[in-house]
Design a protein around this ligand. Structure first.
Ligand code: HPA
Length: 218
């Protein structure tokens, strides 16, 4: 995968063992906003499926819509709103395209991750993620709308990958690393620079949860 060199998405694949569990990590992903292709991650996910992976754990950077979830927080996604209206399965010819989306974020794995977060002493937030196509950030009016519609965080990714995982029969969960408040909230004026600066803070917290989760698996 090739990514824009300045985007902060390096496009590397790393395979190895973490706490005894075989893991493949994709550092970075293709986004809809790059070329207007919501199915941009279909091929990499198909490769992972062929490689025999059982679970997909997605991560993203996101803007918070909640005062109690400031930058640096980590939110486990419980459900999403596909506000972009795009779908990676448009054009898919077979009836398998009618993918059910109830419990899309695997409930059993979420329960295990919540337990791992408690052991790791991490305050794990939970909520609904709303997908905006990007690459421009939201306006304050759009953020007010997102709150009214029941979102807890907003971002520019993840939803197409979750749909593709469901289509491919892969169990999936996802986390948002909160890098800022949504535009206009608590002085929120999101920028890519801020996203890159704050993401490693939440990333470190999330890595504690994931390491505990993997340890509990063996
Ligand atoms: N909006 C959309 N995407 C984002 C944001 C945001 O506020 N922060 C990080 N990614």
């Amino acid at each position: 995968m090739e990514n824009c060199p300045d985007s902060g998405h390096s496009g590397k694949l790393v395979a190895g063992n973490l706490t005894g569990v075989p893991v493949i990590m994709l550092s970075g992903r293709k986004h809809y906003y790059e070329e207007g292709d919501a199915a941009a991650m279909r091929f990499p996910l198909e490769v992972l499926k062929e490689a025999g992976i059982e679970q997909v754990i997605l991560t993203n950077a996101a803007g918070s819509l909640r005062e109690d979830m400031p930058p640096g927080s980590v939110m486990m996604i419980e459900d999403h709103i596909n506000y972009s209206g795009r779908d990676p399965l448009i054009g898919e010819p077979a009836d398998a395209r009618f993918v059910p989306m109830v419990d899309a974020y695997d409930p059993a794995i979420r329960t295990e991750l919540a337990a791992a977060a408690m052991v790791a002493k991490v305050d794990l937030h939970r909520g609904v993620y709303m997908w905006f196509s990007g690459p421009s950030f939201e306006t304050p009016a759009e953020i007010r709308m997102a709150k009214l519609l029941g979102a807890d965080a907003v971002g520019m990714s993840t939803v197409p990958e979750v749909i593709l995982c469901r289509f491919l029969g892969l169990k999936v969960v996802a986390f948002s690393i909160i890098t800022n408040f949504g535009a206009g909230l608590s002085g929120g004026a999101p920028s890519h620079g801020e996203t890159r600066e704050i993401a490693p803070i939440g990333g470190e917290i999330l890595s504690r949860v994931l390491q505990q989760y993997l340890k509990d698996m063996v």
